[in-house]
Design a protein around this ligand. Structure first.
Ligand SMILES: NC(=O)C1=CN([C@@H]2O[C@H](COP(=O)(O)OP(=O)(O)OC[C@H]3O[C@@H](n4cnc5c(N)ncnc54)[C@H](O)[C@@H]3O)[C@@H](O)[C@H]2O)C=CC1
Ligand SMILES: [Mg+2]
Ligand SMILES: [Mg+2]
Ligand SMILES: [Mg+2]
Ligand SMILES: [Zn+2]
Length: 457
C-alpha cells in the first residue's frame, strides 16, 4: 500500500497547529522559540495557530502568539481573521484581546482609494489671493477706490446678505452675499472702527449678477470690511433686501459653494483683527499692514518687531476630526455633544496641541473623549471652519479597542453604529437610528466617504 510522504517541515507545522488548537501553551511557546517562522504559517483552509487558538477559546495561546509578534490580520480561506473567529464562537475575552493588542496590521480596514476630488463646503478658492500684492501699497490704494472692485460687508463678523429665491427651502442658495461698490462704502472706510482687508482678485469666471465694469489690468479686486457700529443707518444699500445674518450657525452654511469659500477667508481674518486689538507681546497699539494680513506693533522697542513672529499674522487653529472604524470593519464610532440637536451624532473632533502630529492628536482626542484606543490613521480631506478660524483635518482611523467610556465634560454620548445603520440614514430607507451632521460639515463627508468606499453606494 502506497503511503503519503509528509515532509519534516509539514509535520512540524501540523504539530504546532495541533498544540495551538488543543491549548498546549508550553509546546506553542517552545516551538516558536525553536522555529520563529512557524508563527504565521497556515495549514488546511488557511487556518493559522492564532485562529485555532481563538476558535477553541485558548486565551493563553492567543496571548503568547500575540506577544511573539503574530500577525493578527491574516485571513483564512473564508476571509475570517482570528478576531472574527473568536467573536463567532463567543470567546469575547479573546476577541477583546485581539482587538486591543497593538502591532497587528489593521490598515486593510482603511480605503485604498485616493483622496482627490474631495471638496468640502468653505473650501473653494473662488479668488486668487495674490499675496504678492499685499505689500504693493499704490496698487492696493488704486484698487480700493476702483469702481470695478467688490466689497463685502460684515457687522459683528456677520456678512451682509440678501435672501435667495422664494421657496428655495433647505437648498444652499438661500443667502447671497451683497456685493457693494466703492461709492457705497467710501464713507464707512474713513470711520475709525472699520477694518478693511484685501481678499484677492477674481479668477476667471464672474458672478452672473456682477456688472461688467473692468479695470485696465483686467483684475477685479475683492475687499472685506467689518464695521464696529451698525452701518445700516449711514449707508444706502443697493437693494432694500440686504441684511446682516443674525446668527453665525447654521446661517453661514446656507451660501453657495463659491461664496462660502470667500466668507471662510474673510471672516477668519476679520475675527482675528476683532479679537487681537493690541500687541500680544507688549499690549501697545498696533497698525494694520499687508492688506490686512499683518498687525505691526507701534511701540518702537517691542520684541515683536525683532525678527518674524507669529503673533503678527492671522491665526489658524488646526483641529482633527475623525471617523473611527471598529476593528470588525463594519461599525463606526459617533458621538454627540450636549449642544447637538436631539438625535444627532457626528465624528469626534478636537484641537491639535502644540508639538503634536495629526495622527497623535487623533489618538489622544479619541481616547480622551471615548476611551477607545486608535491604531492606523489616514488623512482624507480638510475644511476651513471660520468660527472663528479652525482648519478641520478629516481622517479615518481604526480602533484597537471597543469598550466605550466617555468623558462627560466633552461629550454626552458615544456609540458604535453599524454600516447598515449609517447607510439607512443616508438612503432614508427605514426609521433611522440617528440623524447626521449637515452635508456642509466635513463630518458628514467623512462618514459618506467611508460608506461609499466600503459599500459601493
Ligand atoms: N465641521 C465639522 O464637521 C465639525 C467642526 N467642529 C469644530 O471643531 C472644533 C474643535 O472641536 P472640539 O470638540 O470643541 O475640540 P476639543 O475636543 O479639543 O475640546 C474643546 C476644548 O478645547 C479647549 N481648546 C484648546 N485649544 C483651543 C482653541 N484653539 N480654541 C478653542 N478651544 C480650545 C477648550 O477648553 C475647549 O472647550 C470646534 O470649534 C467645532 O466647532 C467639531 C465637530 C464637527
Ligand atoms: Mg476633546
Ligand atoms: Mg472634541
Ligand atoms: Mg482637546
Ligand atoms: Zn508690542
Amino acid at each position: 500500500m502506497a503511503s503519503v510522504q509528509v515532509s519534516p517541515k509539514d509535520e512540524m507545522l501540523a504539530r504546532f497547529l495541533d498544540a495551538a488548537a488543543t491549548g498546549n501553551v508550553a509546546k506553542v511557546s517552545a516551538m516558536i522559540t525553536h522555529s520563529s517562522s512557524l508563527i504565521n504559517e497556515s495549514g488546511e483552509n488557511g487556518w493559522t495557530a492564532l485562529m485555532l487558538g481563538a476558535r477553541n477559546g485558548h486565551f493563553k495561546v492567543v496571548q503568547t502568539l500575540l506577544t511573539n509578534g503574530c500577525d493578527k490580520s491574516s485571513v483564512n480561506k473564508s476571509g475570517q481573521t482570528a478576531y472574527d473567529i473568536a467573536r463567532f464562537w463567543g470567546h469575547k475575552h479573546i476577541a477583546s484581546l485581539l482587538a486591543n493588542s497593538r502591532g497587528g496590521n489593521s490598515h486593510h480596514l482603511l480605503p485604498s482609494s485616493g483622496t482627490e476630488g474631495h471638496e468640502n463646503y468653505f473650501s473653494r478658492e473662488y479668488l486668487n489671493r495674490m499675496s504678492e500684492k499685499r505689500t504693493d501699497s499704490p496698487w492696493l490704494k488704486a484698487k480700493q477706490s476702483s469702481p470695478a472692485s467688490v466689497y463685502i460687508l460684515f457687522f459683528n463678523l456677520n456678512p451682509l446678505v440678501t435672501s435667495g429665491a422664494d421657496g428655495a427651502g433647505e437648498s444652499e442658495r438661500d443667502f447671497k452675499l451683497c456685493k457693494l461698490r466703492w461709492g457705497t462704502v467710501k464713507e464707512l472706510l474713513t470711520k475709525p472702527g472699520t477694518t478693511v482687508i484685501f481678499l484677492g482678485v477674481e479668477k476667471q469666471v464672474k458672478f452672473a449678477s456682477q456688472p461688467p465694469v473692468e479695470d485696465e489690468d483686467g483684475l477685479t479686486a475683492w475687499f472685506a470690511l467689518n464695521a464696529e457700529d451698525n452701518p445700516m443707518e449711514d449707508l444706502q444699500f443697493p437693494s432694500p433686501n440686504c441684511f446682516f445674518l443674525k446668527s453665525t450657525f447654521p446661517a453661514l452654511l446656507q451660501l453657495s459653494s463659491d461664496e462660502a469659500g470667500v466668507i471662510a477667508q474673510a471672516r477668519s481674518v476679520l475675527a482675528w483683527h476683532n479679537r487681537y486689538s493690541f500687541c500680544p507681546t507688549c499690549g501697545s497699539r498696533t497698525k494694520i499692514d499687508e492688506g490686512g494680513y499683518k498687525r505691526t506693533c507701534l511701540k518702537e522697542d517691542c520684541r515683536s518687531l525683532q525678527g518674524i513672529h507669529n503673533t503678527c499674522y492671522p491665526r489658524v487653529d488646526p483641529v482633527v476630526i475623525m471617523l473611527v472604524i471598529h476593528p470588525d470593519g463594519d461599525q463606526c464610532l459617533l458621538g454627540r455633544k450636549k449642544t447637538f440637536p436631539v438625535g444627532m451624532y457626528s465624528c469626534l473632533a478636537g484641537f491639535i496641541e502644540p508639538g503634536e502630529v495629526i495622527e497623535e492628536a487623533v489618538r489622544r482626542e479619541v481616547e480622551e473623549e471615548s476611551g477607545i484606543k486608535v491604531g492606523p490613521v489616514q488623512y482624507v480631506s480638510s475644511q476651513p471652519w471660520p468660527m472663528p478660524s479652525s482648519l478641520m483635518i478629516g481622517c479615518l482611523a481604526v480602533a484597537e479597542s471597543t469598550d466605550i467610556k466617555v468623558d462627560e465634560n466633552e461629550i454626552e454620548e458615544a456609540r458604535w453604529f453599524t454600516r447598515q445603520q449609517v447607510i439607512d440614514v443616508f438612503t432614508k430607507n427605514s426609521k433611522p437610528a440617528f440623524s447626521m451632521a449637515p452635508r456642509q460639515a466635513i463630518a458628514h463627508q467623512l462618514i459618506k466617504h467611508w460608506i461609499g468606499v466600503n459599500a459601493n453606494l
